[in-house]
Design a protein. Structure first.
Length: 183
C-alpha cells in the first residue's frame, strides 16, 4: 500500500456495486481495507487476474481485476443532447447538501455533541462521490445508484448498480501468472 498523490489521476474503472476486498500485494495472505462500492479507481497494472489500482487520494492496492467495471476511455460527447442526459446542477446541489450534512455531523462529533453511535446514525445513508478533472466530472447519483460523466453541460451514465456478470466471490484470484520473461 502506498500513499503518494498520483499525478493526473483519471479513473479507468469503478469498484463493483457491492464493494470488493483488497490486498497490500498480489498475495491472498496480505489483506487490507476493502474498497467502497462504485469507488472510481485507476488500473495501473495487471498480473494475471490481479489488478493493481490507485485511488484519487494516492492509496494503492491489489484487487481481483476481473470484477472491476471499466469506465469508457473517451467519455461520451456529442453535438446535441442525447436521450437520458440531465442538467448536472441538481446533482451537484445534492452532493453539496450531503457534504454539508456530513461536515455538520463531524463538527458536532468533534465538539462532543454526538457520540460514535449517534454519529453513525446521523450519517447513515449519506453517500457522495465527485471527481473533477478540468472540464470533466464524474459524480455519483445516490438516488439512482449510478456514476455519471459530465462535461459541464450534460451528464451521461457510465456505471450503474448492477450485479457483475462474473459472481463476486469475495476472495483473491486463484491463478498467478508470471509476467512475460520470468520463469
Amino acid at each position: 500500500m502506498t500513499k503518494q498523490q498520483p499525478p493526473g489521476f483519471r479513473p479507468t474503472h469503478v469498484v463493483p456495486p457491492n464493494g470488493m476486498p483488497a490486498w497490500e500485494t498480489p498475495d491472498p495472505a496480505r489483506p487490507t481495507v476493502p474498497l467502497d462500492p462504485l469507488l472510481p479507481v485507476e488500473l495501473v497494472e495487471r498480473l494475471g487476474d490481479w489488478g493493481h489500482i490507485r485511488c484519487a487520494n494516492g492509496w494503492a492496492a491489489w484487487v481481483d481485476g476481473r470484477h472491476l467495471i471499466a469506465v469508457p476511455k473517451d467519455p461520451p460527447a456529442g453535438d446535441g443532447p442525447p436521450a437520458g442526459t440531465a442538467d448536472p446542477r441538481p446533482l451537484l446541489a445534492r452532493a453539496e447538501e450531503a457534504l454539508a450534512d456530513y461536515r455538520s455531523a463531524v463538527e458536532e462529533l468533534a465538539a462532543g455533541g454526538l457520540d460514535g453511535q449517534s454519529f453513525g446514525d446521523r450519517t447513515r445513508g449519506l453517500r457522495i462521490g465527485v471527481v473533477l478533472d478540468g472540464e470533466s466530472m464524474w459524480v455519483y447519483d445516490a438516488e439512482e445508484g449510478r456514476w455519471l460523466y459530465g462535461d459541464g453541460r450534460r451528464l451521461h451514465t457510465y456505471a450503474t448498480d448492477r450485479t457483475p456478470s462474473d459472481e463476486d466471490t469475495g476472495h483473491a484470484p486463484t491463478r498467478f501468472t508470471a509476467p512475460k520473461g520470468e520463469p
